[in-house]
Structures are given as C-alpha cells and as structure tokens.
Design a protein around this ligand. Structure first.
Ligand SMILES: [Zn+2]
Length: 221
C-alpha cells in the first residue's frame, strides 16, 4: 500500500527553516527540522547540506520511522538518527527542531543546564533543560545521549554543539525554540549581575498543571 505524502508537511519544513535562518537562530545549512505525520507515521525531514533559503519542496525527504527513504532524491539530514530516536521514545512528539542559536549554545559549550527561572519556560519547556553527553554529530551515540537528557522535557542542549527542541506540532516546537533561547540569554545576563532566582519546584508544578489543563484550552484543536 502506498502511503499518502503530504505537500503541507513539506511546506512546514521549508517555511520553518526560512524563519530560523531569517531570525539568526541558525546559520548556513546547520541545524535540521522534521515533522511526523501521525496518520501515516511518515517523517518529513530537511535534506543534508542545503542552505535554508535554497531549500524547496522537492528537496524535503520523506522517510519511515526506521530511516528508509519513501520519497526524495537528496540525502536526509545527518541527524536523522537523533530525530528518529526521539520519535520512537516520545509518542507525544510530532515535530523536532535542532538549531545552533547563540545564547543556548553558550550554555551548550559549558555543559551547564538551564534551570527553571522564567514562567513561560517552565510552562512550555520543562522544569529545566539538561546538557546531553558529547558524541559526534550524526552518531547513534549522540541520538541516545539526546533521548536520555531530553527525558520528558521539550528541549535538550547538545554539548559543544547546539540545542534541540520538540513539540506536539511544528508551531509548538518553534515556540519552544524562542523561549529556550530567550531564557538562556536571560540566564547568562542574570549570572553576570550575580543573582538569579530559580522558581521553586512546587510553583513550577502548579504552573505546568495550569498550562496543561486550563491555559488556551478553548483555542486548542
Ligand atoms: Zn547541529
């Protein structure tokens, strides 16, 4: 049986890549984006080595969850193992953005984690973001390390490398990207001032419950 390929999912990859590029959240060909179509279980992923502003719909690779190419004539992103490992480990995740933004990369080169210091961050990203153990880009080992340190949160730093954010759809993953980068920036500036308050665990829990059960409920699909 031939699975239905959606041009809309391809468009999401192209448009999100251009947005990341325009907003200086990544440069050149670095970083990668994928979305999972829950109806067919097919993954749409950025091709390897093409600039974001040059990627067209025909360049988007369609693969199954084992990495077999279903459509496309390019090479899928080098980080395909990391994307697939996350989809296999986290059933709630339907979109993944890996990018190389400045402030979160500052934390990613130190190996520090980012604590829950801002309300938006704890509501949509998690109580903190951890830094995964180092492994070479594109390796199965990096994929494994990223899954472990991501846990049930929506972002993870990759040591000496960059950041990865996930969401229930690409819009949410993009929102996580903005909030992680903004919070990393705030964290670094506050550390320079010498003081930074981490939100207590019990308050984080209340905010997360609110975000999950009440906030914006009426607009949810
Ligand atoms: Zn990368």
């Amino acid at each position: 049986m031939k699975l239905k390929i959606s041009e809309n999912f391809k468009k999401l990859i192209v448009n999100t890549g251009r947005k990341l590029y325009k907003q200086n959240l990544t440069i050149g060909t670095w970083g990668n984006i994928s979305v999972l179509d829950p109806d067919t279980d097919l993954v749409y992923i950025k091709p390897s080595g093409i600039n974001y502003n040059e990627i067209d719909l025909k360049d988007i690779m369609v693969i199954d969850k084992k990495g077999k190419i279903v459509e496309g004539f390019r090479k899928p992103s080098i980080e395909m193992p990391m994307h697939l490992s996350i989809y296999n480990a986290r059933k709630d995740v339907k979109a993944i953005i890996h990018y190389h933004p400045i402030y979160s990369s500052v934390l990613a080169v130190t190996g520090f984690s980012l604590p829950g210091i801002c309300e938006d961050f704890v509501q949509i990203v998690g109580e903190k973001v951890l830094c995964a153990k180092y492994a070479l880009p594109g390796s199965e080992e990096l994929a494994k390390n990223a899954v472990v340190s991501l846990g049930n949160r929506n972002a993870v730093f990759l040591l000496n490398h960059g950041t990865l954010c996930v969401g229930r759809d690409i819009k949410e993953a993009m929102k996580v990207c903005y909030v992680v980068e903004k919070t990393a920036h705030i964290y670094i500036l506050s550390k320079n001032l010498g003081k930074c308050r981490v939100i207590p665990e019990e308050d984080i829990k209340v905010m997360q419950d609110f975000a999950k059960n009440s906030y914006g409920k009426q607009t949810e699909k």
